[in-house]
Design a protein around this ligand. Structure first.
Ligand code: MN
Length: 257
């Protein structure tokens, strides 16, 4: 779970299948397609996704294919709630596809009509293996010294650098204190209590602008809800935004409002 910052990293908030905005982001960050058909940065920068790359939006398969092709080349991804749900679904476990996860199934049904059962099966297996094996969080190091933690929904200082089922769940869902009457998770605001020395970059909860608090930064600006896709560049400590072309989610309640 350790990644050396090297020539710089670009940490990406929740993409949620907004593939067009993602490609635009790559161009804005200076990545270019090389001879192998892969996006690479001329200065050798790395990409770290905070997860939830799929679901809710229009192009889950295209987005997942990108991460499959680039994973461990110059791109890294962590575990997330939607990622884990899709992983379990692809593994044939009993899960209910909702909150935009059903769109992934619809896309696969279309994909199968065009490409056939065998090719679809192969792709599903590749996605499953990727999603099942991503770590709960990353620690970015500068010449071996830990500096930044990348996590999907949240972390506590004492969890950093460790892995267990409890930690994995905290990283995927945040500090959830049960469900409310509508079946929505009651979220505790872990970042208000965070006192760690490592900067934590996280996503999961869409907020209109990056939320900076107690050495934590939320970079999910709800691109799928018509907001923005955010990248946080380290060590530059700069934000790069791509405005969504529209609200893709079809959600009745927009979390950005
Ligand atoms: Mn999430």
């Amino acid at each position: 779970m350790y990644i050396e910052v090297g020539n710089g990293v670009d940490i990406i908030g929740d993409i949620h299948a907004c593939f067009d905005e993602w490609i635009q982001m790559l161009h804005q960050l200076g990545y270019e397609k090389n001879e192998q058909g892969l996006y690479a940065h001329p200065k050798g920068r790395k990409i770290i996704s905070l997860g939830d790359i799929m679901s809710r939006g229009p192009k889950s398969i295209d987005t997942m294919k990108f991460f499959l092709k680039h994973y461990n080349v110059n791109t890294y991804m962590i575990d997330s709630n939607h990622g884990w749900k899709i992983a379990r679904w692809l593994d044939g476990r009993k899960v209910q596809l909702k909150h935009g996860d059903e769109k992934v199934e619809e896309e696969f049904n279309q994909y199968e009509k065009i490409h056939g059962i065998e090719k679809t099966k192969k792709l599903k297996n590749q996605f499953k293996d990727l999603l099942m094996n991503v770590p709960s969080h990353y620690i970015l190091t500068d010449q071996g010294h830990p500096k930044v933690v990348c996590v999907h929904a949240g972390i506590r200082e004492e969890f950093i650098g460790k892995e267990s089922n409890r930690i994995k769940n905290f990283c995927r869902y945040g500090d959830v204190a049960g469900m409310d009457e509508q079946g929505k998770p009651i979220r505790r605001e872990w970042y208000k209590q965070y006192k760690g020395s490592l900067l934590v970059i996280w996503g999961h909860e869409p907020k209109p602008e990056p939320l900076i608090m107690n050495n934590t930064i939320n970079i999910d600006q709800g691109v799928v809800f018509g907001g923005k896709l955010t990248a946080y560049r380290y060590p530059e400590k700069e934000f790069v935004f791509v405005q969504a072309k529209r609200d893709y989610s079809g959600a009745k309640e927009n979390p950005l409002k």
